[in-house]
Design a binder for this molecule. Structure first.
Ligand code: FAD
Length: 532
């Protein structure tokens, strides 16, 4: 007997968001998660006795406002903490830059280094807020099938075009130029201080197999602006870490009627007569369902969970070419005390350390860090994006102690020499050495360390080739091309099989947008089916 309307593979945040919306409409929904905990990239774990942190994602993308409202996250005790400092960038020459939530305050501080940058900064922020605002409807839109546009899709695109026209000529031209532009050029167009240019460029390359001189890296800044209205990545934390958020999403989905099973790994999607018929778990249990929605990486779903004979060879081939070259590693440090940054950097305050800390003082530094990855090497001087979440949330570490969570780029999934299991500690040492140039006391404070390599991201967290967004977020894999042209509407060539992970539009980050959009498509299809 078929008990479930929908089975969702994976309880990452997108799977949980989709589960809630599907269950809320009365569809009998089951979520199957291979790990013992829910959340996928949105988890809090203990990595050293007494020390916990958000293992992968450190901040929500941000989440779609509609999700915060629908899931009643505040009522569920979710506390978002937004530090006044968004990102602080020290430099070994003693000069530092701090981007605050407050634009005026940031501009005033920038004036100490460059009056031109101070003048330009408010316009930079307002320009991206305007352009981001015009692009924002894109996030909650199902991309059109550009080979076969329906009347509804033409209408939707027309509305988007209208919003962009509303920006006026200057911003319209900016938008057209910025998309394909290298982020190093964009940064140089706005600012003259090298450190500020590098800080802007960092968002363009975060998680990407690309350096600041790579074409198309400005598109990530536009996407970030569409997400939260700001071209710089957010530093907002969730109290208790990102796992608290995932648990609240799971609770809401369960209350809406969804069932969630952990330690339940899907080995195979069953296809009968060209239609998805349910799944088989690794221990052999078969779970039939009318519809299967995968919140797992699209590459793995299509290439590993489905018998090759069930798919058109051309679709399979295209999925094989869907690019996902992981470049990110994570290093978590358990520290006996807050490290001292001030020996080499002026004006270092606890406030500045409470947002993100950026290490990557020049565009060339970032490009050289990428150069290493291009040729299969670990960057000897990686770009680091650091947080000390215990400064805002003391529950994460014992009294007086701190947790430092470091996103390190570039660590390529494919190594030219050796393998990640034998080179794990070398990567950890490189990260600590790089950071010690800015915080010389760091090494003495370390009481525990966890190094998560791109291979760990694949093996433990299910990210194909360790790609943090389930696939490169480049222009050729964006919107109507994500994951593949003609198949960006969350459907697949197998009837009843849908995709909703970060590998679908609008991509990675804890936004919940792919899960929301895919659920809407499924609900629409179910209604149409009922009418028929
Ligand atoms: C190191 C790192 C840092 C990041 N930093 C940020 C950040 O600061 N802010 C931000 O917004 N985003 C960040 N991201 C990106 C963000 O984490 C992802 O975009 C997001 O987690 C994608 O969510 P998802 O639900 O689509 O997939 P996932 O979170 O990957 O969830 C997929 C789920 O499927 C499960 N699964 C896999 N295979 C199976 C199977 N066979 N059977 C059953 N279940 C299965 C997995 O265990 C997982 O729980 C980061 C990612 C990484 C890796």
């Amino acid at each position: 007997m078929i008990k479930y309307d929908v089975i969702i593979i994976g309880a990452g945040h997108n799977g949980l968001v989709a589960a809630y919306y599907l269950a809320r409409t009365g569809l009998k929904t089951l979520v199957l998660e291979r790990r013992a905990i829910v959340g996928g990239g949105s988890v809090t774990e203990e990595f050293h006795p007494g020390f916990r942190c958000s293992t992968l994602a450190g901040s929500p993308g941000p989440l779609l406002p509609q999700i915060i409202k629908d899931f009643q996250l505040e009522r569920r005790g979710i506390e978002f903490i937004t530090p006044t400092a968004r990102v602080w960038a020290p430099n070994t020459n003693g000069k530092t830059i701090c981007i605050y939530e407050d634009t005026k305050r940031t501009a005033e501080e920038l004036r100490q280094t460059s009056s031109s940058d101070a003048e330009r900064y408010p316009e930079f922020i307002s320009t991206f807020a305007r352009i981001g605002g015009a692009l924002a409807p894109l996030l909650t839109m199902t991309p059109p099938d550009i080979e076969d546009l329906s009347a509804a899709e033409v209408w939707q695109l027309g509305r988007l075009g209208w919003a962009i026209r509303g920006l006026g000529k200057k911003d319209e031209y900016r938008l057209l130029r910025y998309g394909p532009m290298a982020v190093a050029d964009l940064a140089a167009e706005w600012f003259e201080t090298e450190g500020l240019r590098a800080l802007v460029a960092a968002r363009g390359i975060s998680g990407a197999f690309a350096g600041p001189w790579s074409a198309g890296t400005s598109a990530s800044i536009l996407l970030q602006a569409a997400n939260g209205g700001n071209p710089f990545a957010p530093s907002t934390l969730v109290k208790g870490g990102m796992g608290a958020l995932a648990n609240a999403l799971a609770k809401a989905a369960t209350e809406a009627g969804a069932e969630i099973r952990t330690d339940a790994e899907v080995m195979n999607v069953q296809v009968k007569g060209g239609r998805a018929a349910g799944v088989v778990l690794t221990h052999g249990e078969e779970v039939p369902a009318w519809t299967t929605l995968s919140s797992h990486d699209p590459g793995i779903t299509i290439l590993e969970l489905i018998e090759p004979g069930e798919l058109e060879p051309s679709y399979r081939n295209h999925m094989q070419n869907y690019r996902a070259h992981g470049t990110v590693a994570k290093v978590q440090l358990a520290l006996s005390a807050l490290p001292e940054f001030s020996r080499l950097t002026e004006n270092c305050t606890k406030e500045k350390l409470s947002g993100r800390i950026h290490i990557g003082p020049e565009i060339d530094y970032l490009e050289r860090a990428f150069d290493a990855a291009k040729y299969g090497d670990i960057s000897p001087q990686p770009y680091l994006d650091i947080r000390i979440p215990s400064l805002n949330d003391p529950t994460l570490a014992p009294d007086g102690a701190h947790v430092m969570s470091i996103h390190a780029q570039f660590a390529p999934y494919h190594l030219k020499d050796g393998d990640w299991n034998s080179r794990r500690e070398e990567l950890g040492d490189i990260v600590v050495k790089t950071l010690s140039d800015y915080a010389p006391s760091l090494r003495e404070l370390i009481v525990g360390r966890q190094v998560i390599t791109p291979l760990d991201l694949e093996q433990t967290y299910g990210l194909r080739q360790g790609h943090i967004h389930h696939g490169e977020q480049s222009l050729d894999q964006f919107f109507a091309f994500r994951p593949l042209i003609g198949w960006a509407q969350y459907r697949t060539p197998i009837k009843g099989l849908y995709l909703c992970s970060a590998g679908t539009h609008p991509g990675g980050g804890i936004t919940g947008a792919p899960g929301t959009n895919a659920a809407r498509e499924i609900i629409g299809d179910v209604k149409k089916g009922k009418r028929e």
